[in-house]
Design a protein around this ligand. Sequence first.
Ligand code: EPZ
Length: 430
Amino acid sequence: MEQYIMKGGNPLAGEVLIGGAKNAALGILAAALMTDEDVVIENLPDVNDINVVLEAISAIGASVVRIDRHTVKINGESIHGVSVDDEYMRKIRASYYFIGALLGKYKSASVPLPGGCNIGSRPIDLHIKGFRALGARVEIEHGVVMAHAIDLVGCHIYLDKASVGATINIMMAASLAEGQTIIENVAKEPHVVDVANFLNSMGANIKGAGTDVIRIRGVRRLHGTEYSIIPDQIEAGTFMCAAAATRGDVTVRNVIPKHLESISAKLTEIGCEVVEFDDAVRVVGKPNQTRTNVNTQYYPGFPTDMQPQMTVALALADGTSIVTENIFDNRFGYVDELSRMGARIQVEGDVAIVTGVERLTGAQVNAPDLRAGAALVIAGLAADGYTVVDKIGYIQRGYEDFEGKLRGLGAAIEKVDSEKEAMKFRLKAG
Ligand code: EPZ
């Protein structure tokens, strides 16, 4: 089983190039199937979740040509079925985007109920409510969501929660419905806007993405396009928190600083120096960082996907911080692992009370999910001595060459597959 082994203590320093946004790419790849013409997608991150989706796209008959590591050409003309069912897709939350895309184009889709990171209950009732409002019949049988419609007809939908997935999914199906659809209380995350821009570049007529109300005028068909995915807000934020926790000096490049404002604000509050450039942000950690409170919220609030990484920075700041998780109901699963490294954190329901400590100590820990896994790596890089992070498959789902990028910043970290390789790393790191 692959693991990360690292020796902590080096402040991270230098520049790191941020890749394309995984969560935008997952929506965009499904949306690319909605035309029979060529779609070229650039700045695609080379991470496991994306590669699984590309395999599923091939499996239903679409052509997928990898032009280079970060560019793919997709053509959906040869799709021969609307049933997406492979064992890997069941593990990926974003498999639900195939429902909106295929239902929009073929008026029929059959997709296994999504899995994904174990961060709490993750229903898709709002997606289904939207498809039904558009006129589809939706049933769930044997773990598979089956949606069919004679015609999709524009409608007025109110989302009870500003769900990213439901907003994107309904937006895709409604792009090829008859007439106007208005979706209220939608998600405003940068990746929602990116998927809307992508669909518009294919000829869709979507207005208002990035505000609370999206209006979609259905079109008869979509056409081919070339599109470059926005930078990954969460990958960038992860390196920013790594700079803070290790008291380093890191510049994240190829980012949209506006998307990082809530993260920059929190890092400034704890005493880091944060400097914004046109397409880069520099974070300089300081020896005496101090407490703050963090409340996860929908965009533009502080992202739930940054909560574990920020908590690691707070675990090493003076004073007591309160971290409140408002989006998911089980996103403190990593706290026990962090406690084994010497962190002082008490969880009560949706709240973590973090009492800063002067130092963490290396330990063997398990990544419980994608972002928490990245947070444990940050903790290991800030800790004294060696840390081994197991179950790194979670991390590889969403971070491209995480260890390579960290090494580029001076981290002593290696991906190993055996005790012998781990021993070799220890001997080399001294
Ligand atoms: C997306 O998940 C992301 N995943 C998640 O990223 C991210 O944590 C989340 O948005 C919040 O930003 C992808 O984009 C593939 P939601 P999603 O629907 O769409 C409730 C990562 O680490 N809800 O916005 O599944 C839900 O339970 C991952 O990259 C319903 O009640 O999240 C949650 O409390 C993990 N009914 C809230 O809404 C529904 O039908 C927000 O969930 C849908 C959601």
